[in-house]
Design a protein around this ligand. Structure first.
Ligand code: ASP
Length: 576
């Protein structure tokens, strides 16, 4: 519904417009009323006006870009009305343009677009899946036992189909703009169904010995995959933003990212870097920390730091971080600021303080954020990493800090291949090792020996994450192409049971049939579009999104199914 002002001798009255057809003459507007944007140069001299379909009198709300937006639930319920807002419609249009660039670029590079099944089988790959009950086989021999319903699972990603396509030898460069499904507990700005730009390539490299080439880019394999993504992302940024990106992106290892920025997806647009200050402490304290396998880290803010960060630093609260302390250095505590610090419980002499201040270059007016953590980083962020982000967010929210317009893309590599620290994977792992990404990621060749020797915590994967301004926008890896190694990972490292392993039999068999070395990646298309559309939520770039809790208020799903239908699928409600 739109409104037109109509003017007569008694004043201006608003006409409410529904769907209309207009016949008339398109002509150039008088010079003084011409505008450059959109159709501002022309107007229509109306001769005939037909009402094709009137709009309801009581619309639930009037979609408008100018007014404050009505309640989110109401807009979600009437998404078809909300989509009339120019901002949303523009996002959907931009999404289509970017999808086209993806297809054009990859086709030009020899990739084939292949669709893979949505009705697949449940496999212990990492994420919790959505199950689809099926009537297939209910009355046939395939159905082993009358009381066991059969289920498909929706793919958490087309990981196995794409690897099998490459194993087939028929295709050596695959891509798909693929729908994926993960049944994750309602998390901020995640959707249970989402879209990935998914690709896979045959004959990717397995990394180069640093003795031959010392560049970080070559330490792990798959640079062919990273190169095509750099080209693709470069082209998108050129088209949408008019920005020329560097032809290749910076590479940083997981350990370096965790040490300097406290995050495996660091925002490198600003410094506030973290320092390991353990070796500046008196030797007895160093030995103590060493025995515990811990380090002491600091972010030091000096008065010379930009005032936007200094102001945010003053306001920053850190109550939620038990493992962080703040010391504001002044003349009266210069020689005892670390004494009685609850994190380290030390009594340092004035001389020891003076030495420490000298090594760290600490003087009156500095602020030191300290944190003690395990030397080997665990998970995606450290306490100081979260604090660093918080300070920048506060400065940004105050309008003090405006991040650099040129985007900071980087590759994070050399992640630990296996983990015990991810609570999201515990439902599958039950105390066993789990794959940091997925079980098909190849170890770095430098660490293969450690893997076979059982030093699992020392094995790094040939995985690469693409990070943009502190947001992970994609990830992929070189895959295990050797069946014996894949079998070893399933049985000996992940300790999958026989029935868990059965779900990978076809992949193991395909690897045994002469599969080429291969690798790939997936970019989160929704997140990428949210960044390009400069909106904080991926819901603004999806035509029909779900709410944060995973429900669809428009189609009203998920919904209960009546008992009779459930029985046809062999599914019995537990109650009622
Ligand atoms: N399937 C992986 C994911 O969805 C991406 C990849 O390894 O290609 O994260």
């Amino acid at each position: 519904m739109s409104f037109f002002p109509i003017k007569d001798s008694s004043g201006i009255t608003q006409l409410v417009k529904s769907t209309i057809a207009i016949e008339g003459e398109v002509r150039v507007r008088p010079e003084q009323s011409r505008r450059d944007e959109g159709t501002g140069q022309i107007e229509v001299q109306v001769n005939k006006f037909t009402l094709l379909n009137p709009a309801h009198r009581n619309m639930p709300f009037i979609p408008s870009d100018n007014q404050t937006l009505v309640n989110e639930d109401l807009r979600a319920r009437f998404r078809y009305l909300d989509l009339r807002r120019t901002a949303l419609a523009d996002n959907i249009r931009k999404r289509s343009q970017v999808a086209r660039t993806v297809r054009d670029t990859l086709h030009e590079d020899g990739f084939l677009e292949v669709e893979t099944p949505l009705l697949l089988k449940s496999t212990p790959e990492g994420a919790r899946e959505f199950l689809v009950p099926s009537r297939v086989g209910q009355s046939t021999a395939q159905h082993d036992g009358k009381d066991t319903p059969l289920f498909y699972a929706l793919p958490q990603s087309p990981q196995q189909p794409k690897q099998l396509l490459i194993c087939s030898g028929a295709i050596d460069k695959y891509f798909q703009i693929a729908k994926c499904f993960r049944d994750e507990d309602g998390r901020k700005d995640r959707q249970p169904e989402f879209t990935q730009i998914d690709l896979e390539m045959a004959f990717v490299s397995w990394g180069v010995d640093p003795k031959i080439c010392s560049s970080d880019e070559w330490r792990i394999g798959g640079h062919e995959v990273r190169a095509i993504i750099e080209k693709l992302v470069g082209r998108i940024w050129q088209q949408v933003e008019g920005i020329t990106l560097p032809s290749s992106f910076r590479v940083i290892t997981y350990n370096e990212a965790m040490a300097r920025y406290g995050s495996d997806k660091p925002d490198t647009r600003f410094a506030l870097e973290i320092q390991d200050i353990t070796t500046s402490l008196p030797t007895h304290t160093q030995a103590l920390l060493e025995d515990l396998g811990e380090i002491l880290e600091a972010i030091i803010l000096r008065p010379s730091e930009s005032c936007s960060f200094l102001r945010a630093n003053d306001e920053c609260s850190y109550q939620n971080e038990r493992n962080v302390s703040r010391s504001v250095i002044a003349d009266n505590n210069l020689l005892d600021w670390l004494s009685d610090n609850r994190l380290i419980n030390l009594k340092l002499s004035g001389e020891e303080h003076a030495l420490l201040n000298k090594t760290l270059g600490v003087s009156s007016g500095d602020t030191l954020w300290l944190s003690r953590r395990r030397k080997v980083p665990e998970g995606g962020s450290t306490a100081l990493g979260r604090l660093r982000t918080r300070i920048s967010e506060l400065a940004h929210a105050r309008g003090d800090y405006v991040p650099h317009a040129v985007p900071h893309f980087l590759w994070v590599t050399e992640f630990p291949l296996f983990t015990r620290a991810d609570p999201d994977k515990e439902f599958l792992a039950h105390g066993r090792w789990s794959s940091t990404h997925h079980p098909f990621t190849a170890p770095m060749w430098q660490d293969i020996e450690a893997m076979y020797a059982g030093r699992i915590d020392q094995v790094r994967g040939q995985h690469y994450d693409l990070v943009l301004n502190g947001v992970e926008i994609g990830g992929g890896s070189v895959r295990v192409h050797d069946a014996a190694m894949q079998e070893y990972i399933f049985s000996q490292v992940l300790q999958l049971s026989d029935s868990e392993k059965t779900s990978f039999d076809h992949l193991l068999h395909a690897l045994k049939c002469g599969a080429p070395p291969h690798g790939g990646i997936a970019l989160g298309f929704d997140r990428l579009m949210a960044i390009l559309c400069k909106t904080p939520t991926i819901r603004d770039v999806i035509a029909f999104p779900k709410t944060g809790a995973g429900t669809d208020l428009l189609f009203r799903s998920p919904a209960a199914i009546n008992k009779e239908v459930l029985y046809q699928y062999g599914v019995r409600p537990t109650r009622g």
